[in-house]
Design a protein around this ligand. Structure first.
Ligand code: 5GP
Ligand code: MN
Length: 342
């Protein structure tokens, strides 16, 4: 755990400030939930806080209270630049390195004249002036709760803040099932319910919001699933054509990789998704036990994340990426064998 400069930060925030909160590119439930909860909290403390995300977020998060007030750097570029220019400090939430916001926004943030605060749970964080980094915590949303607690402000958590934090913790823990979910996480969740988070509604808003096409896309993905039992590995591909066929929308592929990991005996799962717009193949990796997909992705696919959940990309074609991925596995044969856990 790294906690750097937070006493100074507390003093800095004693007077009202203009604050920008930034989440990572392709914001997920945790990036959105933690950023919006922090905004509401800072507003309550007398600041003017605004959330800016690099690009579109999934439809199943549009219901979040106040999501319509979140700025998009790609779409509302001049307003976003104005907000950044006028800000006294920028919070970086749910990412560990500036390149995670995408090229355009990274270029702007690299020129930023004031200081950054990072609150994040990813491995190998960059160094900024104020840091709260803990790779053992399940979600940045839990860290925002703990940040509010550090300031003895838990009583400021209202229904909106509780709902945003609940959403972030729920989505990043696979609904409280991943290893990073602790009894402390559950105590926080209980407190968020007490403070107004309607748990059944939040689950339903996020997980029962599928379009028919999204289910058909899932069906296509599952029929593309390939299993390599020797390496306890399963992977899924999705081509641009297949995405078009089922009217792909941002967020539609989220969670699909977990189906590959749900196979009995599989400890390493991947999904390889062609992205013609960015001219890359976007990859998600998941594992069970000691096999670190963070390391695997860093080593071969310019990515990173956590030990059991990471992402990366490839500049090769989809077919070539599949070949690269499958031929790498022999290097990890021993590790994949040993890291099996029941
Ligand atoms: P997902 O596969 O759900 O997109 O991401 C899994 C985890 O890996 C998330 O914590 C995400 O922030 C991280 N991640 C995803 N893609 C990348 C990437 O390209 N680079 C890095 N460093 N982390 C990533
Ligand atoms: Mn997260």
């Amino acid at each position: 755990m790294i906690l750097k400069g937070f006493e100074d930060l507390k003093r800095f925030l004693e007077k009202p400030k203009n604050i920008v909160i930034v989440g990572h590119r392709n914001p997920d439930g945790d990036a959105m939930g933690s950023s919006m909860a922090l905004k509401y909290y800072l507003d309550k403390k007398g600041h003017q806080a605004t959330v800016i995300v690099p690009n579109e977020y999934p439809e199943f998060l549009h219901w979040l209270p106040g999501a319509d007030k979140v700025y998009r750097f790609d779409k509302q570029n001049s307003q976003s630049l104005r907000l950044l220019n006028a800000s006294d400090i920028v919070f970086l939430l749910d990412f560990n390195a500036l390149h995670r916001v995408g090229f355009d926004m990274q270029a702007r943030l690299e020129k930023y004249k004031n200081d950054f605060v990072m609150i994040d749970h990813h491995q190998q964080p960059d160094t900024v002036k104020y840091m709260y980094s803990d790779v053992t915590i399940c979600s940045t949303s839990q860290m925002v709760y703990q940040f509010i607690e550090m300031n003895s402000d838990l009583d400021l958590i209202d229904t909106d803040i509780a709902s945003c934090l609940y959403t972030g913790i729920m989505t990043d823990t696979g609904s409280f099932r991943f290893r990073s979910t602790t009894s402390f996480t559950h105590r926080i969740i209980a407190d968020l319910i007490d403070k107004g988070a309607e748990n059944h509604k939040i689950h339903s808003n996020v997980y029962d919001a599928n379009s028919y096409n999204r289910l058909l896309l899932l069906g296509q993905a599952l029929s593309n699933l390939q299993i390599l039992p020797h390496y306890k590995t399963a992977f899924i591909t999705l081509s641009t054509l297949e995405k078009k066929q089922f009217d792909f929308k941002k967020g539609d592929t989220e969670g699909i990789v977990n189906y590959a990991l749900s196979l009995k005996g599989i400890i390493f799962a991947a999904i390889l998704i062609e992205d013609s717009e960015q001219k890359i193949v976007k990859m998600s990796f998941r594992s069970k036990g000691a096999f670190s997909v963070n390391q695997f992705s860093r080593n071969h696919f310019s990515g990173g994340g956590h030990d059991n959940a990471a992402g990366g990309k490839s500049d090769l074609s989809l077919t070539e990426t599949v070949t690269k991925f499958t031929s790498l596995l022999s290097e990890y044969e021993e590790e994949l064998k040993e890291s099996y856990e029941n």
